[in-house]
Design a protein around this ligand. Structure first.
Ligand SMILES: C[S@@+](CC[C@H](N)C(=O)[O-])C[C@H]1O[C@@H](n2cnc3c(N)ncnc32)[C@H](O)[C@@H]1O
Length: 240
């Protein structure tokens, strides 16, 4: 598996270098502006996953939550007000700095931040919720079993994971990125200064991901927004 180490390091380097321009993707700004129709569809899908997550958290009220690959806090800001305590992990110190600033401006208990490579990290405790947004698609196929074993170790009895990620849709990426290849596994990404990086990008459909997780002992209850995102809870089978 260490054969993919170079690409995983390049993936971390990409997000470190991208930290300050990262939110343009979510906001559909700059190179991610795909025109009014696509942007409106994106924002409608974004509001839908945010609302679904809020409803899930409000119903479930997790006391201890863990966010994997927290990034600049686009979802940390939705988690923090709805959970008891929050631990947020990311490999890129630059995005943790931005996340800390974003959360610091909100009237919430700040998360505990952990800077770590998730492929070499062990949970320090167990959690009622393990949340990941736009992270699972960066987990190589060969590391899925080990990754979900780590998620299982991080879950307290009765705990649940929650996944949000990219559906395969050509207008999701920047205008100067090649159209996403559903099968490729590795894609090339550009920054505003033109520098390029290779990263892992696995596109899952709700059905394919649910089927992939069955032998790993998880039951996924995933949905898809009209165009851009997949989302939903992933619960360990009691006997798994
Ligand atoms: C697509 S972003 C998602 C960020 C955030 N969850 C969101 O929804 O906006 C992927 C994140 O994974 C982090 N990352 C990349 N490789 C990592 C690794 N090996 N371990 C931990 N985090 C990593 C990046 O720094 C980046 O913040």
């Amino acid at each position: 598996m260490e054969r993919d180490r170079a690409i995983l390091d390049e993936q971390i380097a990409y997000y470190r270098a991208r930290a300050r321009e990262y939110d343009a993707w979510w906001l559909r700004e700059g190179r991610f502006d795909r025109g009014d129709d696509n942007n409106q569809a994106w924002h409608a899908d974004a509001r839908a996953v945010e609302a679904a997550l809020a409803a899930f958290l409000d119903a479930r009220k997790p006391a201890r939550a863990l966010e994997l690959a927290c990034g600049t806090g686009l979802f940390t800001r939705h988690l923090a007000p709805r959970v008891g305590t929050l631990t947020a992990v990311d490999a890129a110190p630059e995005v943790i700095t931005l996340n800390r600033a974003r959360l610091g401006a909100l009237p919430v208990q700040p998360p505990r931040y952990v800077e770590a490579d998730l492929f070499a990290w062990e949970p320090e405790g167990t959690y009622d919720l393990v949340f990941m947004s736009f992270w699972l698609s960066h987990v190589p196929a060969a590391r899925m079993d080990a990754f979900w074993a780590t998620v299982r170790r991080a879950l307290a009895p009765g705990g649940v994971a929650y996944v949000i990620d990219s559906a395969h849709e050509v207008t999701s990426t920047a205008v100067d990125h090649p159209p996403p290849d559903a099968q490729a596994g590795v894609v090339t990404r550009k920054l505003d200064d033109g520098s390029t990086f290779r990263i892992v990008k696995m596109f899952w459909t709700p059905a394919a991901l649910a089927a992939r997780l069955v032998p790993l002992g998880f039951r996924a209850d995933l949905a898809q927004t009209p165009r851009y995102f997949i989302y939903g809870p992933v619960a360990p089978e009691p006997s798994g």
